[in-house]
Design a protein around this ligand. Structure first.
Ligand code: ADP
Length: 484
């Protein structure tokens, strides 16, 4: 607002105040002229002051009150009431009561203005933050909700809130969660906190989070007051992020499989070659003048177990290339590591990398998506092999170790390549950080999001010159969780 528009506003207000004052004066003079009832005139002044305090700004209300007082004084002087002691007394009483009423009316106006402003701010802030307020009696007899809570539950703000209406919007599968909270409330617990879904009449699902505390001084029945947050938008964007992360993870997993193509072909070829050799042996044993059926049977058994091995390799590869939502289940940590190492055996020997494996003696279980964890381990091993290409083939060593530390399953992948300099360390897990000419820089960032999805940690230590060390720590399942 410019000073010019402000000034214009004041002028308009002053003109209006002046007009109202004139009208009041004219009205009171006419009224007094025709009725000559002083009590009635005073009541009229009071009504005018109260009405103007309600309708107008403070400035206008004061103008109206001053106009009334002036008119009262003018009439007092014109009528020569100052010659009459009784009339002087009446005049003073009138002035005092009118001033007191004006003062009280203005004070209550200021309070109600402040209240109205606070309410507007509160409603605006609740709308912006998508957090509404809610209050309820433990016996469910009374419920209060703010306009924002009504909006979250998709009721009209004018509708009377009730516990039935809240439960009607609660997702049928989550109703027990809401009931459990009311149970907690009936036990007068110091804090209620719940997250559940709502089911709207058109089938849309919403996610809300409610926190409530008991009112500090419960008077008539125990009451809770709390906040209801609409988490739907945040939940949807988290889900979208999760989906794109797992799609990205899938793409990079398939890329890693491409890098391991020679290894995979070798893994499948080996049992196929064994099947062929056993088949040829079968022929030979059968072509004899006296076929040796015992040897034929042994060769056939070898063929069956080789074909089982081939299909096992194919099953593992297919699992790795599948594109599904990650699913965590109880897995043996050592099994996942050994399985992954099985996939890279040929790659390691092709790259002349000696492998040293030390697996935790105590079996440890983790809650994991097997495929995703294998992807992380594969990524670390491929990186390690690439880091050792400049090293003398006779000294290339990859050390993979698992152990249990406190309540965590630990994995270390250590190579003897060029290592990582301290400056690169903070950027290592950020997307698109790469020092390779043909690198994408997504591998480690995906590893981190996978490990975070598993509630674990991944880190590297700067060991420039002596090789890199990457570590993973995952929460280990307790014995009773393993048995469950
Ligand atoms: P990319 O392999 O496509 O570069 P990554 O996210 O897997 O993407 O790796 C990011 C960077 O981290 C690599 O470019 C490299 O500089 C560094 N790095 C990863 N593993 C090792 C390792 N074992 N030794 C040295 N540097 C490594």
């Amino acid at each position: 607002m410019t000073p010019l528009t402000l000034r214009k506003g004041y002028l308009q207000t002053d003109a209006m105040a002046f007009l109202i004052a004139l009208l009041v004066a004219a009205f009171v003079v006419v009224f007094k002229f025709f009725t000559n009832l002083s009590v009635a005139t005073t009541v009229l002044y009071v009504t005018l002051v109260l009405m103007s305090a309600n309708v107008f700004s403070v400035r206008l209300a004061i103008t109206v009150a001053l106009a009334c007082l002036s008119v009262l004084t003018v009439i007092f002087v014109v009528d020569r009431d100052y010659q009459n002691t009784e009339a002087i007394g009446a005049y003073v009483r009138c002035i005092v009561s009118l001033s007191a009423i004006t003062f009280l009316a203005l004070r209550s106006k200021r309070l109600s203005d402040t209240l109205r402003r606070n309410e507007t701010y509160l409603v605006g802030a609740q709308r912006l933050s998508q957090v509404g307020s809610v209050g309820f009696r433990v016996d469910r007899s009374q419920v209060f909700w703010s306009a924002e809570t009504a909006r979250i539950f998709e009721y009209s703000p004018k509708e009377a809130p009730s516990m039935l209406k809240i439960l009607a919007r609660t997702h049928p599968d989550d109703r027990h969660i809401a009931e459990a909270v009311f149970e907690q409330a009936s036990r007068h617990e110091p804090r209620l906190e719940v997250e559940h879904r709502l089911l709207m009449p058109d089938g849309r699902i919403k996610h809300i989070h409610m926190i409530a505390n008991p009112l500090p001084a419960p008077h008539d029945g125990f009451e809770y007051v709390g906040a209801v947050m609409d988490l739907t938008a945040a939940r949807e964007s988290k889900d979208a992020l999760f989906r794109s992360q797992s799609q990205l993870a899938h793409v990079t997993r398939v890329t890693s499989l491409g890098e391991l193509a020679a290894s995979i072909a070798h893994e499948v070829n080996q049992p196929l070659a064994a099947i062929r050799t056993s088949g040829e042996a079968c022929h030979r044993w059968l072509d004899r003048s006296e076929p040796n059926l015992g040897e034929v049977r042994t060769a056939l058994d070898r063929m069956i177990s080789s074909s089982a091995r081939a299909s096992e390799v194919i099953r593992r590869i297919r699992k790795l290339s599948r594109n599904g939502d990650p699913e965590r289940q109880r897995e043996s940590f050592n099994d996942i590591v050994s399985d992954t190492l099985g996939l890279v055996q040929y790659e390691l020997s092709r790259s002349h990398v000696k492998l040293r494996v030390e697996l935790a003696v105590v079996p440890v279980h983790v809650s994991a998506d097997r495929v995703q964890l294998q992807q992380v381990i594969l990524n670390l091993i491929i990186n390690a092999c690439q880091a050792m290409t400049e090293v003398d083939p006779r000294t290339r060593l990859l050390h993979v170790r698992t152990w249990v530390h406190h309540d965590e399953a630990m994995l270390e992948v250590r190579d003897c390549g060029g290592g990582i300099c301290a400056e690169a360390l903070p950027s290592l897990f950020t997307p698109f950080f790469t020092t390779k000419a043909d690198g994408l820089g997504m591998g480690l960032s995906i590893c981190r999001s996978i490990i975070e999805f598993h509630d674990g940690r991944i880190w590297a230590t700067a060991n420039q010159g002596t090789g890199a060390v990457f570590c993973i720590a995952l929460p280990a399942l307790k014995n009773e969780e393993v048995a469950a």
